[in-house]
Ligand binder design. Structure first.
Ligand SMILES: NC(=O)C1=CN([C@@H]2O[C@H](COP(=O)(O)OP(=O)(O)OC[C@H]3O[C@@H](n4cnc5c(N)ncnc54)[C@H](O)[C@@H]3O)[C@@H](O)[C@H]2O)C=CC1
Ligand SMILES: O=C(O)[C@@H]1CCC=N1
Length: 270
């Protein structure tokens, strides 16, 4: 099955690495192109054994799946360059803020899926939201699911929910890294010893959330002794309205995904 990535940046690399490591896809079936950075393409070929070219007839010849992984600002140009070679095969876009209807508008036909993965795809731990238009066959839906299940979890969502998935889990790893940066800074006195404590604490908490059948609230309460250290620490978070800050963060990222789509569609509607 020939899979072509149009766009060879962070997200394409995370997916390629995850797909290769899953052993569900042959690296020799994966092709990749970008705008004009041959050094980058050679590096991806060396690291993951994928094929690369700027020769579009060769790139799209017998392609079963096209994965669009460019920045939204480059989407119209990329889709326009794909169009002459597009043969109604499955096209999967991973772009934030680019609707299926816009892609349909440019390509005028075809089976279009939209996915919102995250960069933890690189280690097979993405949380991906996936939507389809009405043109996908059952086998195309299965193959789209299998691409994203090879790089983590995949959940079908209505396209209208993808802005929220983008604000929650597409951007989500960055929020966690932000919290880790803050924890590391706060524990600077531990020097190089701080990070192993933080990483194992995150891993343990994530594993407890996944396996314990307990709500996060109950898990938190189980740590919080009356008059104890956790109570004292959480009181500082409450006092600084950290829960409200997270709610605002996710709402703003979600709203921004929607804004990007509207701006994009206004700019490129002709
Ligand atoms: N980085 C992330 O954490 C996530 C990114 N995304 C989405 O993935 C998309 C790509 O993001 P990144 O990989 O971070 O961007 P990036 O900037 O690292 O890579 C973009 C790639 O597109 C290529 N490109 C630009 N114009 C092109 C054209 N006309 N034809 C072919 N290739 C072209 C560039 O050369 C580059 O290889 C974005 O739309 C973003 O919304 C989705 C989920 C998470
Ligand atoms: O920041 C962004 O726009 C992209 C989409 C989700 C993660 N990164």
């Amino acid at each position: 099955m020939k899979i072509v990535f149009v766009g060879a940046g962070s997200m394409a690399e995370a997916m390629i690495k995850g797909m290769k490591n899953s052993n569900e896809f042959k690296h020799t079936d994966i092709w990749v192109t970008n705008r004009h950075d041959n050094v980058r393409l050679n590096k991806l070929s060396e690291n993951y054994g994928v094929k690369s070219t700027y020769d579009f007839p060769q790139l799209f010849d017998q392609a079963d799946i096209i994965i669009l992984a460019v920045k939204p600002k480059d989407a119209k140009e990329a889709l326009t360059s794909i169009k002459p070679f597009y043969n109604e095969q499955l096209l999967i876009s991973v772009l934030a803020g680019l609707s299926i209807s816009f892609i349909e508008h440019i390509l005028a036909r075809g089976a279009i899926a939209r996915a919102m993965p995250n960069t933890s795809a690189m280690i097979g731990e993405s949380a991906t939201g996936l939507s389809f238009n009405s043109q996908l066959s059952d086998s195309q839906k299965d193959v789209a699911r299998s691409i994203f299940s090879s790089i983590g979890s995949v959940t079908y969502v209505e396209e209208s929910r993808l802005d929220l998935v983008t604000g929650l889990s597409g951007s989500g790893p960055a929020y966690i890294y932000y919290v880790v940066e803050a924890m590391e800074k706060a524990a600077a006195d531990l020097g190089d010893d701080a990070m192993p404590f933080i990483i194992q604490t995150l891993k343990g908490a994530a594993h407890m959330l996944e396996t314990s059948n307990q709500s996060p609230e109950n898990l938190r309460k189980a740590i919080t002794s009356e008059g104890g250290t956790t109570e004292a620490g959480i009181a500082e978070l409450d006092c600084r309205q950290v829960k409200d800050a997270f709610a605002a963060c996710i709402k703003e990222a979600t709203d921004h995904s929607e804004r990007l789509r509207r701006q994009f569609e206004q700019t490129h509607s002709s």
